[in-house]
Design a protein around this ligand. Structure first.
Ligand code: LCS
Length: 396
């Protein structure tokens, strides 16, 4: 494919779309339609039988959605892509397509709260079990692999602790046992980390975040081998039905065009803010992979091109102190989600990870005095002024 040799900055704009096939329309047209007409009954029969290319019904496929799916596959360096109506629709479709009752999933110790909830649900309802592992070494990772293990599922950086998983190491272990490695790449976006190029099998995104980039879409994306994506399209997407709407796919195609420039700015701003936060007297600890004192800095250097736009930190004091800090913010918004133009802050223990029981939250490193900051695209000086005034009040 011609785009394979192009740099990501070009592929996000041109990948998988040829205006010549769409009456010269510079941007991919929005096919806001639920169904597609057949010229004859026989044509409908051929389409359903898979003997003729073409669209049938938008739950099965749609040209605007297809353009997005082709583009994300090219960007991630995978064979094919598939879009979903949310990140969780993507996560659940992938996990349910790879497992059946009695199977087991090995997970990174720490996952987005709803992914944690989903794992709990499929354990209780379908006896698909899981273990969490710190995956610090090959031995530690291997230790929890069982004959029933059908997938290794990791986030890196992990939401919200910002711990990293060494993907090269995990791939080495997985290959020995022929187990697919699934990476939730939401925190990095493909601009900072491309797990398939590191040997991982499946990449998932909550496209709600950096890929959309503007806080106006909920969506999910999956990239993997063609045969896996075909199976996913015709099973847990078609029949469970967690599809994306064409307009949301269209918005993601628009968002993707500026992903590299936005990510550079997110990363630049986060680095400035992390350096300043670290020195503030109200701060207890900082969890930012771009900090050269972070014990996992070498992993960041190995597999990420930059450290990303998220910073978690603990403040000196209690849950109430953490809440009082965010209540003082004026510019920064108190909200879950991340990767938007606006800087957002949230309290994981009572928000994104409130579903995780307290003892497990502690094991994952999510303490009550932790805050997670999604550094936006505003001037870093203004973001810092707002944070500083709120932290200064606590220091008094
Ligand atoms: N994976 C990760 C790593 C996430 O952070 C999220 C959402 C999802 C999957 C699910 O994606 P969604 O269905 O929301 O598109 N994370 C959120 C968060 O940290 N705050 O609000 C949502």
């Amino acid at each position: 494919m011609e785009n394979e040799t192009k740099k990501i900055d070009t592929v996000v704009i041109h990948g998988g779309y040829d205006s010549k096939e769409h009456k010269g329309s510079l941007t991919p047209p929005l096919y806001q339609t639920s169904t597609f007409t057949f010229e004859t009954a026989e044509q409908g029969e051929r389409r359903f039988a898979g003997n003729e290319e073409g669209f049938i019904y938008s739950r099965l496929g749609n040209p605007t959605v297809k353009a997005l799916e082709t583009r994300i596959a090219l960007i991630e360096g995978g064979e094919a892509g598939l879009a979903f109506g949310s990140g969780m629709a993507a996560v659940s479709a992938v996990l349910l397509s790879l497992t059946k009752t009695g199977d087991h999933i090995l997970c990174s110790k720490g996952l987005y709260g709803c992914t944690f909830g989903l794992l709990q649900l499929i354990k209780e309802k379908y006896n698909i079990t899981h273990h969490y592992s710190g995956m610090e070494t090959e031995a530690a990772t291997e230790e929890l692999i069982r004959p029933e293990t059908k997938a290794i599922y990791v986030e890196t950086p992990i939401n919200p602790t910002m711990s990293l998983i060494d993907l090269e190491m995990v791939v080495n272990v997985a290959k020995k046992y022929n187990i697919p490695v699934i990476v939730d790449n939401t925190f990095c976006s493909p601009y900072l980390q491309q797990p398939i190029k590191l040997g991982c099998d499946i990449v998932i995104h909550s496209a709600t975040k950096y890929i959309g980039g503007h806080g106006d879409v909920i969506a999910g994306l999956v990239v993997g081998k063609q045969h896996f994506i075909n199976e996913l399209a015709m099973t847990t997407r078609k029949d469970v039905g967690g599809i994306i709407s064409p307009i949301d796919a269209w918005l993601l195609l628009r968002g993707l065009k500026t992903l590299p420039v936005r990510m550079d700015r997110h990363c630049y701003n986060a680095k400035r803010i992390a350096e300043l936060l670290e020195q503030h007297e109200s701060i207890d600890g900082i969890f930012y992979p771009g900090d050269s004192k972070n014990p996992q800095y070498h992993i960041m250097k190995k597999q990420m091109s930059q450290a990303g736009g998220l910073i978690s930190f603990t403040i000196k004091g209690t849950k109430e102190n953490a809440q009082s800090v965010i209540n003082e913010l004026k510019l920064i918004k108190i909200a879950v989600s991340l990767g938007d133009a606006e800087t957002l802050i949230q309290h994981p223990a009572t928000m994104t990870h409130a579903v995780v029981p307290e003892d497990q939250r502690q094991q994952m490193g999510i303490t009550d005095n932790m805050l997670r900051l999604s550094v936006g695209l505003e001037a870093w000086e203004d973001i810092w002024m707002d944070l500083k005034q709120a932290l200064d009040i606590l220091a008094k």
